[in-house]
Write a protein that binds this ligand. Structure first.
Ligand SMILES: Nc1nc2c(ncn2[C@@H]2O[C@H](COP(=O)(O)OP(=O)(O)OP(=O)(O)O)[C@@H](O)[C@H]2O)c(=O)[nH]1
Ligand SMILES: [Mg+2]
Length: 368
C-alpha cells in the first residue's frame, strides 16, 4: 500500500484503541450476518478536504434522522472558527500581495485582530459587533480583489470552500438566536480525525458506512477498517488541480489524489470490492476551468486539449487508467457533495451497484 498507511510510534496507543474498536465492529458485522442480516460495508476514502464528510453528512440528512437542534448547535463553534480563520487568511493575502485596505477597514482589522481568537481552545464566537466588522471587511475592495484572485498563480492562497457561503450569510450567523441549519452543516469544514461509522437501513438493505480522515497523518489508521468491504467510495476533488496540500505545500493535491487512488484501487485488500469513484466539487470545477487549465497539475501537464468537457474527460481517464487490476472495474460519478439532490440520486446508483454485486457473489445474478 505504499507509504500512505505507514505507521509511526507517536500515536500507537490511539491506533491500538481504534484497532480494538474496529475489531469489535467487524465482530458485530459478522454476528449480524450470522443472524441472516446482510450488511454492506462501505468506505469513504480519499485525500483531505475532498468531500468525504460532506457526503457522509448528506447521507445522514437523506437516510437517517438528519440533525436535530442540539446536534445542529454543536456545529456553531466550528462555523465561527471557519469564518474567523478565513478572515485571517484574507488579511494574510492582502499583506502578501500588497493590496491596500480602505482606511476604515484598517481600524476594523485592529479590532478584529485584538478580539478574534487564534488558538484552538479559545472561545470562538461571532457576536453582533464582530459580525458587523467581518461584513465590512468582506466588502472592502482590496479583500474582494484578493478573494477573486485567489486561484491565479501569482496571487494564490488557501481559503476553505465554504468561505464565501458563510460571509454572505454573516447577518444570520452573528444573531443571538443563530442555530446552524442543515445547509450550514454541510458547508462547515471540520477536519476528520480517526474513523467515524454509522449504520443506515435503506429500502430494507443494511449499510454500514465509514468516514475517515484523509490528510496524510490520518491514512495510517485506514487499514483498521479494510476487512470485508463491499464497496469503496473514493472521493477526489475535481477542483484541486491547481492547489497544494494543506499538510505539505510542495505537493499538488490532484497528483496526491491520483496516487492515492492508484494505491487503493490496486490494493489486494479490495480485489473483491466494488470501486466507486466520485469526481467531486463539480460546481467549483465548472467555474475554475474557465480561467485555469488542468495542466497546472503536474500529473495532467501532458493534456493537450482545452475546455470543460475535454478537461473533465481527461481527469476521469487518468484516474480510471491508474486502476490496473484486471478483475476491477471502476464506476465513476461526477458529483457536487454540497447538493443534497445530487447525493441522493448518486447514492441510488451506489446502492444498485452494491446490491447487484452482493447478489452476484451469492450466485443470484449472472452479470454484475
Ligand atoms: N462547493 C463545494 N464544496 C464542497 C463540495 N464537497 C465538499 N465541499 C466543501 O469542502 C470542504 C471540505 O469537505 P469535507 O467533507 O470536510 O472533506 P473531507 O474529505 O472529509 O476532509 P478530511 O476530513 O480532512 O479528510 C467543506 O467545507 C465542504 O463544504 C462540493 O462538491 N462543492
Ligand atoms: Mg472528513
Amino acid at each position: 500500500m505504499g507509504n500512505c498507511l505507514a505507521e509511526t510510534d507517536e500515536d500507537r496507543a490511539r491506533l491500538s484503541l481504534e484497532a480494538k474498536r474496529n475489531k469489535q465492529l467487524d465482530k458485530e458485522l459478522q454476528l449480524e450476518e450470522k443472524a441472516g442480516r446482510l450488511v454492506h460495508k462501505l468506505l469513504l476514502l480519499g485525500a483531505g478536504e475532498s468531500g468525504k464528510s460532506t457526503f457522509f453528512k448528506q447521507l445522514v440528512r437523506i437516510h437517517d434522522k438528519g440533525y436535530d437542534v442540539n446536534s445542529r448547535r454543536a456545529f456553531e463553534r466550528s462555523i465561527y472558527k471557519n469564518i474567523i480563520n478565513s478572515v485571517y487568511f484574507l488579511f494574510k493575502a492582502v499583506d502578501t500581495y500588497g493590496y491596500t485596505l480602505d482606511s476604515k477597514t484598517v481600524g476594523l482589522r485592529d479590532f478584529f485582530e485584538e478580539t478574534a481568537p487564534v488558538d484552538e481552545e479559545a472561545n470562538w464566537l461571532i457576536d453582533d459587533k464582530m459580525g458587523d466588522a467581518i461584513k465590512a471587511i468582506w466588502t472592502d475592495p482590496a479583500v474582494q480583489t484578493a478573494f477573486k484572485n485567489r486561484d491565479d498563480k501569482a496571487t494564490m492562497f488557501y481559503l476553505f470552500d465554504g468561505a464565501e457561503y458563510f460571509f454572505n450569510k454573516i447577518d444570520e450567523v452573528k444573531a443571538d438566536k443563530y442555530i446552524p441549519d442543515e445547509e450550514d452543516i454541510v458547508r462547515c469544514r471540520i477536519r476528520t480525525s480517526g474513523i467515524i461509522e454509522k449504520s443506515f437501513e435503506i429500502k430494507g438493505n443494511h449499510f454500514r458506512i465509514f468516514d475517515v480522515g484523509g490528510q496524510r497523518a490520518e491514512r495510517r489508521k485506514w487499514i483498521h477498517c479494510f476487512q470485508n468491504v463491499t464497496a469503496v467510495m473514493f472521493i477526489a476533488s475535481l477542483s484541486c488541480y491547481n492547489q497544494s496540500l494543506f499538510e505539505d505545500a510542495s505537493s499538488n493535491r490532484m497528483t496526491e489524489a491520483i496516487l492515492l487512488f492508484e494505491d487503493i484501487s490496486n490494493s489486494h485488500w479490495f480485489a473483491e470490492t466494488a470501486i466507486i469513484l466520485f469526481l467531486n466539487k463539480h460546481d467549483i470545477f465548472q467555474q475554475k476551468i474557465k480561467s485555469i487549465p488542468i495542466t497546472e497539475c503536474p500529473s495532467l501537464a501532458h493534456f493537450e486539449g482545452e475546455g470543460y468537457e475535454k478537461s473533465l474527460a481527461f481527469i476521469q481517464m487518468v484516474f480510471e487508467t491508474s486502476c490496473q487490476s484486471p478483475s476491477q472495474c471502476v464506476y465513476t460519478h461526477v458529483t457536487t457533495a454540497t447538493n443534497k439532490q445530487n447525493v441522493e440520486s448518486i447514492f441510488e446508483s451506489v446502492q444498485d451497484i452494491v446490491i447487484r454485486k452482493s447478489m452476484a457473489e451469492a450466485g443470484l445474478l449472472v452479470n454484475a
